[in-house]
Design a protein around this ligand. Structure first.
Ligand code: ADP
Ligand code: NI
Length: 218
């Protein structure tokens, strides 16, 4: 269990680390992941302490957001120790946040995660789909100068970790076929899969309408 002081400190640490993010990893994303992780932990009857801590901290060591990941990991460990988090809880959180990203699944591997880790991964991935997922893809794509759509560029069939970050010729609509529509079948927990079912329909309807409007059919 975390006391209020520890929880406030963890939240402030995340806020500080993500301060300026404009690629869809700001504190609003973190708060949704915390809420979803809490919900999934309840559904899976898992204590929410580790999922909540990992959800708050999951993007603070992300290689996309920090210049030096090893340094960010070391700094986070020190912070947690200073706030009297036990070393076994620190290890549990670190194992999760260093292994849970979507990019890590792209080399045909699926890093093994604890039950708490599976919950946080599901929570993070759920926030990439549905209505929020549509907005985040547009936000990210615009930030990275992606085209909206180009019917002459087919979605890439296979992505590895490096090509996932290679945005030459990437379009916002292709991102749905390359990643977002696949997420529902990659989730770990039944509760997350149930939430994803509705979000999938939101995305599929959006893509249908988008294409009709693009083609002047609607
Ligand atoms: P994570 O938070 O799991 O590390 P990413 O950094 O890959 O996820 O993605 C952050 C958000 O931006 C997600 O909603 C994701 O779907 C979206 N995104 C990632 N890559 C692209 C892309 N090439 N085009 C549009 N959206 C993207
Ligand atoms: Ni995230």
């Amino acid at each position: 269990m975390l006391n209020n002081h520890q929880l406030d400190a963890i939240k402030a640490y995340a806020k500080e680390a993500l301060n300026d993010d404009q690629t869809g990893h700001a504190m609003d994303h973190v708060m949704r992941v915390v809420n979803l992780a809490t919900r999934l932990a309840e559904a899976e009857q898992v204590d929410a302490t580790i999922p909540v801590m990992a959800a708050y901290l999951h993007d603070t060591i992300d290689p996309k957001l920090v210049a030096d990941q090893d340094q960010a990991v070391a700094q986070l460990r020190t912070f947690l120790q200073t706030n009297q988090i036990t070393s076994s809880d620190i290890d549990a959180v670190m194992d999760i946040i260093t292994q849970m990203s979507f990019a890590k699944t792209l080399n045909g591997e699926r890093p093994s995660l604890s039950k708490a880790g599976q919950i946080v991964q599901d929570a993070d991935w759920l926030d990439a789909i549905g209505a929020i997922g549509i907005v985040r893809a547009i936000y990210y794509g615009a930030r990275h100068q992606e085209k909206i759509y180009d019917s002459s560029i087919p979605p890439r069939e296979y992505l590895d970790e490096q090509s996932y970050r290679n945005l030459a010729d990437e379009t916002i609509i292709n991102h749905f076929y390359e990643k977002l529509l696949k997420i529902k079948d990659m989730l770990n927990t039944p509760a997350a899969r149930q939430i994803a079912a509705d979000r999938q329909i939101v995305m599929l309807n959006f893509l249908d309408d988008f294409k009709d409007e693009w083609d002047g059919l609607q």
